[in-house]
Ligand binder design. Structure first.
Ligand SMILES: [Cu+2]
Length: 134
């Protein structure tokens, strides 16, 4: 019975997206620019992603996008030997730090992204996350 059902699924069924797409975002730069690279991050709802965050700058930064986090399912965040599960609203990255955030955006929309360190968003450390349906 189960084999029969599998045969019935079209090869291009849009609900089946087993592969994990990787997106790399840098928080700041080695020359201390207060920006996200890239500033606009695009996702497709229902697709699983590994959001690879790194901080090449000499100071601490945050990847903060509460509304995007609320509209997504987080599998985990991995940083070094630490794995964090459950609701994630922001990720702190120390100088030279890296973190992998595995998630599935669930709701389409445009979400603001910023660094929550005092003065950084005002100086330009803002971005936009766009989740579309296809
Ligand atoms: Cu910052």
């Amino acid at each position: 019975m189960s084999c029969y059902l599998m045969w019935m699924l079209p090869a291009n069924a849009t609900s089946i997206k087993p592969s994990v797409k990787e997106i790399q975002v840098s928080l700041g730069s080695s020359t201390s620019e207060l920006k996200f690279f890239p500033e606009k991050i695009e996702f497709i709802a229902g697709q699983k992603y590994k959001l690879i965050l790194d901080n090449p700058s000499p100071e601490k930064h945050y990847f903060t996008s509460k509304d995007f986090a609320d509209a997504s399912w987080t599998q985990n965040v991995q940083a070094g030997k630490v794995e964090v599960k459950g609701a994630i609203h922001e990720v702190e990255l120390k100088p030279g730090g890296k973190a992998d955030w595995v998630l599935i955006p669930l709701k389409s929309g445009t979400y603001e992204l910023h660094c929550s360190i005092k003065g950084h968003a005002e100086a330009g450390m803002r971005g936009e996350i766009v989740v579309s349906n296809s």
